[in-house]
Design a binder for this molecule. Structure first.
Ligand SMILES: [Zn+2]
Length: 372
C-alpha cells in the first residue's frame, strides 16, 4: 500500500506558525486563517508524510499493529520528581515497562499511542528510553487531560495553542522529541477549561495537521459536545478520534462514525465485572459481550475503517490508592495485551473477519496519523 505524498510544503507550516505567533502577540485575531483557507481549498488537510514517534519521524506504513490509547505511566505533573521511590523507583519501573512492551512486541504490537499529557506526569525521556529498549514505537501526546493546575487553568486559548504547537513543532520538555498526537479530555460536562483545551487543540491541529484523540465519557454523550466545539473551530471530523466509545449507546456510536469521526474502542478490558467492593468500573459500564457486539455491528455497517482499538492500560498509575491499583492490575492480568489476547479472539468468534481486524488495528491508525 503506497502512501500519498505530503502536499503541504514545510514553508506553509512555518508560515502558519509564524502567523500564530503574530496572532498570539496581538489581540483577538484569527491567526490561522490563511492556512485554514488553503486547507479548505484543498478539500481536506493534506496527508502527513511522516508520523512522529519518541524516537523520531517514521513513515506511516511502519506503524503496523497499533494500540490507539495507552499509558506507560500515568501520575501527576511533578510527582515522580518529588517522590522518586514511587513505582519502585525509575530503574525498576523501566525494567517492568520494557519487559511488558517486549512481550507485546513479541505478540505482534508494533506501535503504542501513549496519551499521557503534562498533567498526567508525562516524562518524555522515560518514554524514549522504554521505546528504545523494548523495540515498540511510542507516539507521545501534547494536549491536556482533566487535571488542570492553577497555572494551566489561567492560560488563554491562544496560550494553550502556543504550548501545544510548541510541543508538536519544536519538542517536549526541552528535548527535540515531538508530539505525534493531541489529547483532549472532558468529564460529563464540558467546563470552561475543557472548552479552552478543545479550542486550542483544534487550532493546533489545523496549524500542524496533527490529529486529536479525546477522552469522552460516552454514556454522557460527551463526544457529541466535543464535536460541536471542534467543528466550531473549523476542524474536520476525520482529524479527531472520539475515545472511550466502547462504553456508549449504539446510536451515539453510529451518529459520530457516520459524521466521519474515528471512534476509539479503547477501554476494552473494562467490560469485565468489577471486583467486589471496588469502584473501578463506572456503574453503567457495558459488558465485554455488549462492546464486542457493538463493534461487530459497526463493522457490518461498513465502518471498520473508522474504528481503532485499545486498552487504556497504564503500566503504572498513581491516580488511586495503591491497594485499588493492585486490584486494577489483578483484574486484567493481560495488561496491554488484552486487546490481542482476549478481545480479538472474541471478535473472531462472533464473526468479525481477519480483514476487518486488520483494518481496525493497522489501516485505520495509519490513515488517522497520516491524515489521509
Ligand atoms: Zn487514557
Amino acid at each position: 500500500m503506497t502512501t500519498r505524498r505530503d502536499t503541504t510544503p514545510a514553508i506553509s507550516r512555518r508560515h502558519a506558525i509564524g502567523r500564530l505567533a503574530v496572532g498570539l502577540a496581538g489581540a483577538s485575531v484569527a491567526p490561522l486563517e490563511p492556512f485554514a483557507a488553503a486547507q479548505r481549498g484543498a478539500g481536506a488537510a493534506a496527508p502527513r508524510r511522516t508520523v512522529q514517534t519518541v524516537t523520531g519521524a517514521v513513515d506511516p506504513v511502519t506503524l503496523g499493529f497499533t494500540l490507539c490509547h495507552e499509558h506507560v505511566c500515568a501520575a501527576s505533573a511533578g510527582l515522580w520528581q518529588a517522590w522518586p521511590e514511587l513505582f519502585g523507583g525509575r530503574a525498576q519501573f523501566v525494567r517492568t515497562a520494557v519487559d511488558q512492551l517486549k512481550q507485546a512486541r513479541d505478540e505482534g504490537v508494533a506501535t503504542v499511542v501513549d496519551l499521557t499529557t503534562v498533567d498526567l506526569g508525562r516524562d518524555i525521556r522515560l518514554l524514549e528510553e522504554i521505546s528504545r529498549k523494548s523495540g515498540v514505537q511510542l507516539i507521545a501526546a501534547t494536549g491536556h487531560w482533566l487535571d488542570a493546575s492553577r497555572s494551566m487553568s489561567a492560560r488563554t486559548v491562544e496560550e494553550l495553542t502556543e504550548f501545544f504547537v510548541r510541543e508538536i513543532e519544536r519538542g517536549i520538555e526541552g528535548t527535540d522529541i515531538r508530539a505525534g498526537v493531541i489529547k483532549v479530555a472532558n468529564g460529563a460536562t464540558i467546563d470552561a477549561f475543557g472548552e479552552k483545551v478543545l479550542r486550542a487543540a483544534a487550532r493546533a491541529s489545523r496549524a500542524t495537521g496533527l490529529p486529536i484523540s479525546t477522552h469522552s465519557p460516552g454514556a454522557d454523550r460527551v463526544g457529541e459536545k466535543q464535536a460541536a466545539i471542534l467543528e466550531s473551530e473549523g476542524l474536520g471530523p476525520s482529524k479527531a478520534c472520539i475515545g472511550h466509545t466502547d462504553n456508549s449507546p449504539a446510536d451515539y456510536q453510529a451518529g459520530l462514525i457516520e459524521r466521519g469521526y474515528y471512534l476509539g474502542m479503547d477501554q476494552l478490558p473494562r467490560g469485565g465485572p468489577a471486583p467486589p467492593g471496588t469502584p473501578l468500573q463506572p456503574p453503567n459500564a457495558l459488558a465485554w459481550t455488549e462492546r464486542y457486539a457493538q463493534i461487530k455491528a459497526l463493522v457490518d455497517a461498513g465502518h471498520a475503517e473508522r474504528m481503532m482499538l485499545g486498552n487504556d492500560h497504564s503500566i503504572a498509575m498513581s491516580l488511586q490508592p495503591t491497594a485499588a491499583d493492585r486490584l486494577r492490575l489483578a483484574q486484567n492480568p493481560d495488561g496491554i495485551l488484552f486487546v490481542s489476547r482476549k478481545a480479538l479472539p472474541a471478535l473472531r468468534q462472533i464473526g468479525v473477519s481477519e480483514q476487518a481486524i486488520r483494518t481496525m488495528t493497522v489501516e485505520a491508525p495509519r490513515r488517522f496519523f497520516a491524515g489521509a
